[in-house]
Design a protein around this ligand. Structure first.
Ligand code: PGA
Length: 235
């Protein structure tokens, strides 16, 4: 079971360090759960320092560029992430696709570069509400999954766009159905994302093909994040 907290555009270095200190011993209480936090780039190093050497909590970035260096204003490369202590990255989050022009091709390039550099990858896929209503969910998922490499360090996060930050959660059955479909296409673990909270974590994580969660809003408060990780340990 893997629980990853996606901080999005929250928590500067100061707050990141404080939060990391609060949760650094969490893995000893949440047995069997891999715990990851994904701070904004500038807060990665502070989170790593706050966790300290002995912690099993891992720090991932929220994105990575495919080139090692060059004239790519605003981007960050895999070796730079590794240098500040990140061991993985999210790629293809729907907010990147929706607001920043991310395409299946660029998601593939980012995933490949991250894997090549030795990072772990959480690759996000998911349909919009309009696509679900038009019965295109499987087509969209198949297209997004098709570009992702099969690799032991890559997991897929199924994040229906209509459930992200909306308070609307996929029913456990809807999530299970999508996860099973993704696994029929790609040999991987599949995390669920979209309004995961302490109250709904257990029932979602109990689904056969749900191997963890990518949590946004529900991960920003240490007690809420802890409750989700502890729920995962009980499944
Ligand atoms: P949410 O975000 O939990 O706030 O819905 C999940 C995500 O975007 O990864």
């Amino acid at each position: 079971m893997l629980i990853a907290g996606n901080w999005k555009l929250f928590k500067g270095p100061h707050e990141a360090r404080r939060f990391a200190i609060e949760i650094r011993h969490l893995p000893t209480r949440a047995a069997g759960v891999e715990i990851v936090v994904c701070p904004p780039f500038v807060s990665i190093e502070a989170a790593v320092q706050g966790l300290g050497e002995g912690s099993d909590v891992r720090v991932y970035a929220q994105n990575v560029h495919w080139e090692l260096e060059g004239a790519f204003t605003g981007e960050v490369s895999a070796p730079m992430l590794i240098e500040v202590g990140a061991t993985g990255t999210i790629v293809g989050h729907s907010e990147r696709r929706q607001y920043f022009g991310e395409t299946d091709d660029t998601v593939r390039l980012r995933a490949e570069a991250a894997l090549e550099a030795g990072l772990h990858v959480i690759a996000c896929v998911g349909e919009t509400e309009a696509q679900r209503e038009a019965d295109q969910t499987e087509d969209v998922l198949a297209r997004q999954v098709a570009v992702l490499p099969v690799h032991e360090r890559l997991v897929i996060a199924y994040e229906p766009v209509w459930a992200i930050g909306t308070g609307k959660t996929a029913t456990p059955e809807t999530a299970q159905e999508a996860h099973a479909f993704i696994k029929s296409l790609h040999e991987t673990r599949v995390l669920y994302g979209g309004s995961v909270k302490p109250e709904n974590a257990k029932v979602l994580l109990a689904q056969k093909d749900v191997d963890g969660a990518l949590v946004g809003g529900g991960c920003l408060d240490a007690l809420s994040f802890e409750a989700i990780c502890l729920a995962a340990a009980e499944v």
